[in-house]
Every structure is written in structure tokens, then in C-alpha cells.
Design a protein around this ligand. Structure first.
Ligand code: IMP
Ligand code: ZN
Length: 358
């Protein structure tokens, strides 16, 4: 993609619905953290450097990389730092609504509970200063500086259940999400290594989450486990992530159910979940007007950005500016927020039409 197109994609308002906190950390921050831990003798810096710099990783290698990232980002203050940076990075490329997901972690040795992990995340959100943040579903902040409205980003959180977790641990995450609703936690995600764990393990927690009114999105079809894919579609989550390895029957089921799909192009190609961009299922879904949203998944790990994903879609699938704008605006329909937020976002998009030369 040429520079001019990329700049245009950056200037377009965008909605990010599938971003993992620890997958979105800047490389420079990972290096800084690794160097500090290397000096303390906790890790060998050169080993970590090689892993971070590797470009093409299979899904299995990516998940191993997360074990390493989690060593670098264990303590509360680091969680606060990366949350602040990730939100500022998305805001700087004109993401106007961000649903950030993260797996609350417990680590007895440093006095971390799932709640204190999330408190550190919230502190990071409050530390953001390059942009105004609307994070509380009930209160709309509308700050102005020197009489001009400042740039604003809506941030909402999804708490992830890792597929390694037990039913009880998953339930604890759902209860935490309910406790933190007033702070902008709106839903639950199921993620982690797709060949680990069974759907049935998480079902009680997911059903409870739904009964309590939380939104649900599931990583679905990263591996060709058709039985699980079928069960996930029948559960009717509000969204699913990826939808890569579906057989014909499940593909038909997905389309009939009209469940919105979070599409992560670079992630699918880099992890070789999809062998080549020209056969990506985006094309089929897009042609049939199936609800979908372009997302990054892990902008740090895959060295991408949401603007980059729009640029990639534009060049791979020959989308013009109007189509890209429409695609970005349509994502508003699938956010886990109320009609008031949707209306504000639509107004933001409308206001940008002229500047974008559409
Ligand atoms: P965290 O939840 O903030 O720690 O973000 C990293 C976590 O997100 C990983 O440990 C995985 O559980 C999950 N994750 C990130 N990318 C993927 C993916 O491509 N597939 C499945 N899970 C993922
Ligand atoms: Zn993901």
C-alpha cells in the first residue's frame, strides 16, 4: 500500500473490537522490560530478543510467545503502563471506539488477584493523557481544552477466559466482570490455545454471563474442530472471532445465524490459519453482506495496526475509500454498547466525511 493510502486509513475514524491487551504491547516496551529483567538475571535478554523479533510464527509459536510476554508484564505497574500505552496507540491512529480484552490473572507470589490485575488495568486507562477517554457507560466526559473539543476515544473492556482455565476459574472471571460493570466491563471472551480445553468446561460460566446480561464473543474455528464450532454457533454469541476452519455445514449455519465475525487478516495469515490472503473468507462474507468488522487481534505480536488492516483489505480485495469507510462505520452496529454510544459514533463518522474527501 502506498503512503498516501496508509495516511488516509489512519485519518479515517475506526472501531476496534478484537484486541488482546498483552498482544498489543509495543515492541520497544517489550524490549525495555526484557532488558530490565535480563539485568536482574530473571531471563536471558538475547533469547527473548530473538523471539520478539521473529516475524512469521505459527499459532502454536504465538501462544508460546504469550507465555514469554506474560513473564515480562507480570506486575501491577507494568500492567498499568501497557494499558495506557495500548489505548494511546489506538487513539493515535484514530480509533474512536476500542473494546480491549484481557485475561485477568492471579499470581500469589506478588499478591496479584484477578481483581487487582483489573484494577491495574483501570489505573492505566485513567493515566491516559494524550486523548480524552470515555470509559464509564453511565458518564459521558466531554472535556475541552482551550475551547476546542479534544480527541476522544471510547474504551470498553471484555474479560477473557483462557481455555486452560477450569469451570470455577471461568466463573470467577464472569463474577469479576459483573462487579466491574460500572467501570466499563461489558462482556466476556473465550480465547487461548484452541486445542486446549473443552467447550463444555466453559459453558456454565458463559451461560451465567449471558443470563446476567453480559455480551459474549468467542474465538471460534481457529482449528477445524467442527463439533465445537457447531456448538459455539448454536450458543448464539453476539460475535465470534476468526471463523477460519469451518466446514460447509457450519459455514451455512453461521450465515443463517448472522453472527457478526471479527476478521483479523494479518493474524490469520501470519499464524498460517489461512494459507493465503486471496482465499480469505473475508471475500465470501463481504460479498454476502454478512456482518463483519476488521480487527487487529494482536497489533504488537503481528506488527500491525487497525489502519494497516484496512489498508491490507483495500489492496487485497480492491476496496475503494467509500467501501472502506462503510466497512468501518458498519462495525458500530456490532459494538457491545448502547444506542447512545452508537449514535455518538455515527455522528463522529458523519463529521469526518468531508475531511476524508468522500
Ligand atoms: P491477555 O489476555 O491480555 O494476556 O492477552 C494475551 C492472551 O490473549 C493470550 O495468552 C491468549 O490467551 C489470547 N490470545 C491472543 N491472541 C490469540 C489468538 O490468536 N488465538 C487465541 N488466543 C489468543
Ligand atoms: Zn484473538
Amino acid at each position: 500500500m502506498n503512503r498516501e493510502n496508509m495516511e488516509w486509513c489512519v485519518s479515517m475514524p475506526k472501531v476496534e473490537l478484537h484486541a488482546h491487551l498483552n498482544g498489543s504491547v509495543r515492541n520497544s516496551t517489550l524490549f525495555e522490560l526484557a532488558r530490565a529483567l535480563g539485568e536482574k538475571g530473571v531471563i536471558v535478554f538475547s533469547d527473548v530478543e530473538n523471539v520478539i523479533m521473529k516475524d512469521d510464527r505459527t499459532l502454536h509459536e504465538v501462544l508460546k510467545l504469550f507465555d514469554l510476554i506474560h513473564i515480562l508484564t507480570t506486575d501491577h505497574s507494568t500492567i498499568t503502563r501497557i494499558t495506557k500505552e495500548v489505548i494511546e496507540d489506538f487513539a493515535s491512529e484514530n480509533v474512536v471506539y476500542l473494546e480491549l480484552r484481557t485475561t485477568p490473572k492471579r499470581n500469589g507470589s506478588i499478591g496479584m488477584s484477578k481483581r487487582s490485575y483489573m484494577d491495574a488495568v483501570m489505573e492505566g486507562l485513567r493515566a491516559v493523557n494524550s486523548v480524552d477517554v470515555d470509559y464509564c457507560p453511565t458518564g459521558l466526559k466531554n472535556d475541552t481544552v482551550n475551547g476546542t473539543a479534544r480527541k476522544k476515544i471510547y474504551v470498553r473492556f471484555l474479560l477473557s477466559i483462557d481455555r486452560r482455565e477450569s469451570t470455577e476459574a471461568a466463573m470467577e472471571t464472569v463474577k469479576l466482570a459483573l462487579e466491574m460493570r460500572d467501570l466499563g466491563v461489558v462482556g466476556i471472551d473465550l480465547s487461548g490455545n484452541p486445542i486446549v480445553g473443552n467447550w463444555g468446561t466453559f459453558l456454565p460460566a458463559l451461560k451465567f454471563a449471558r443470563e446476567q446480561g453480559l455480551y459474549i464473543t468467542l474465538h471460534c474455528g481457529e482449528v477445524p474442530n467442527q463439533e465445537e464450532i457447531k456448538a459455539m454457533i448454536e450458543f448464539l454469541p453476539q460475535r465470534i472471532g476468526h471463523a477460519c476452519c469451518f466446514d460447509k455445514e457450519n459455514w451455512k449455519k453461521l450465515k443463517t445465524a448472522k453472527i457478526p465475525v471479527e476478521i483479523c487478516l494479518t493474524s490469520n495469515i501470519r499464524t498460517e490459519t489461512i494459507s493465503s490472503i486471496d482465499i480469505h473468507h473475508f471475500v465470501d462474507l463481504y460479498k454476502e453482506k454478512h456482518p463483519l468488522a476488521l480487527c487487529t487481534d494482536d497489533s504488537g505480536v503481528f506488527s500491525t495496526s487497525l489502519s494497516g488492516e484496512y489498508g491490507l483489505a483495500s489492496s487485497a480485495f480492491s476496496l475503494g475509500k467509500t467501501e472502506m469507510f462503510q466497512l468501518a462505520e458498519n462495525a458500530i452496529d456490532f459494538i457491545f454498547s448502547d444506542d447512545g454510544v452508537k449514535a455518538n459514533l455515527r455522528a463522529t463518522f458523519k463529521a469526518s466525511v468531508e475531511k476524508l474527501d468522500l
